[in-house]
Design a protein around this ligand. Structure first.
Ligand SMILES: [Zn+2]
Length: 415
């Protein structure tokens, strides 16, 4: 069985290399979609289009359980990358091209061996939170509803049919062979506009309302709130004052503060966002100013499923020692897999075989077995285990509790 899995690995490497050389930004991944569609056609599989411009899926098998696999299609702008596209500097500096090759190869191999159950591989657009003006235009044209690819697919109910999801991501260059149970932070973007009343700053400051002072009071309140942040929540509030006033000789009429709120878990993210909003409202009120707060949801924190990860660990140990697995790393990175993980048992594991920095112009594969073959075999072995051990898979499904209701999630996205 293992020999059969390995026998076409040159094809896996070639597919990965071809995807790496054709980077495209989110919702523009048409060439990647074509390359993958042709790969599946060659292996007797037909893809199903899922809209949102470039989303699609491929299934093998039938009946339950139903296991979902996730691969991300998009690249991100990276100046100076050797394969950066001419028009928008898109490059696979986050290694998503390798995810697509790994998962595609695993699915093709699973097709020939699964006896019961279904495996569906989703190719999701636009994980990177970038190219925002273009995506806002797509939202205006009703081609998408949200910035992140999986957020669109999740709210459209496209992931409803699966019992659990397996995802993976390169760790970039580093000392570990694999990572497991890594956290991902959640974040949201806020644009906070304080409004006062302009008057002559020297002649009649008493008749004005100083919007800059309202911001300064608010900024101090945020600093005072920092002592309420728990270490384990890894809360971050960071921002810039993008408009500090209109002219030096007038009391500032308007100030605009743009910030990110980040945290390691959803409760901390939501409660910190509420603290920020309250501070802005009350500090404005204290000085007679007004405030408006525009929140754009980013992604929610990752909720790793340890039962699935226990099986993945067993399969990783075929390729490395226990101490070469980085367990429970606290990463402040974020991804829209976090949103999905609140609704279904979900994992994202990390793999190596790269040199250079994630999101840097130098990220590239340096060990094809580690960057492609091993993670693909781990996905394959884990899926087979879950299909062949229904009692264990049932336990994963039974013990999982969604971390947010659909209504609260939509409220959060649409407020
Ligand atoms: Zn990434």
């Amino acid at each position: 069985m293992k020999k059969k899995f390995a026998e076409d690995k040159k094809e896996l490497f070639a597919l990965g290399e071809e995807l790496f050389r054709h980077p495209e930004l989110g919702y523009k991944e048409f060439t990647n979609k074509k390359i993958l569609t042709e790969y599946f056609a060659k292996n007797g599989l037909k893809v199903t289009d899922l809209g949102f411009r470039t989303a699609f899926k491929v299934s093998v098998g039938s009946g339950s359980p139903h296991i979902g696999l996730i691969a991300e299609l998009d690249a991100l702008p990276t100046l100076g990358h050797p394969f950066a596209s001419k028009e928008d500097n898109a490059a696979h500096s986050c290694g998503h091209s390798t995810q697509c090759a790994i998962m595609a190869y695993a699915l093709v191999k699973l097709k020939d061996v699964i006896k019961n159950g279904t495996v569906t591989l989703y190719f999701t657009p636009a994980e990177e939170f970038t190219d925002i003006a273009f995506r806002k235009e797509l939202i205006r044209r009703h081609e998408i509803n949200y910035i992140g690819g999986k957020v669109n697919m999740l709210t459209a109910g496209q992931f409803d049919g699966e019992d659990l999801f397996i995802h993976l991501h390169t760790m970039g260059e580093g000392e570990y062979h694999f990572s497991l149970n890594t956290s991902l932070a959640g974040f949201m973007y806020k644009e906070i506009t304080f409004r006062g009343k302009a008057t002559h700053a020297a002649v009649a400051p008493d008749k004005g309302v100083n919007a800059l002072n309202a911001f300064v009071l608010f900024d101090n309140a945020i600093h005072m709130l920092r002592e309420t942040f728990r270490e384990e929540d890894c809360v971050r509030i960071h921002g810039i004052l993008s408009d500090g006033g209109q002219t030096v000789n007038s009391i500032p009429e308007k100030t605009v503060y743009e910030c990110y709120v980040r945290a390691m878990n959803n409760d901390a993210l939501q409660s910190t966002a509420e603290k920020v909003d309250n501070a802005a409202k009350h500090c404005a009120k204290a000085l007679g100013a007004t405030v408006s707060i525009k929140t754009t949801p980013g992604y929610l924190p990752m909720n790793q499923n340890e039962l699935i990860n226990d099986i993945i660990r067993e399969n990783m140990l075929k390729y490395c020692k226990a101490e070469e697995i980085h367990d429970y790393e606290k990463s402040m990175a974020a991804g829209d897999i976090g949103d999905l993980s609140l609704f279904k048992p979900t994992v994202q594991f990390g793999y190596s075989g790269f040199k250079g920095n994630c999101h840097g112009k130098d990220l590239c594969v340096c060990d094809e077995d580690r960057a492609y073959f091993e993670p693909s075999a781990i996905v394959y072995d884990t899926v087979l285990y879950l299909l062949e051990h229904p009692a264990y898979t049932d336990r994963i499904i039974r013990e999982f509790e969604p971390k947010i209701s659909r209504e609260d999630y939509l409220d959060y996205l649409n407020r």
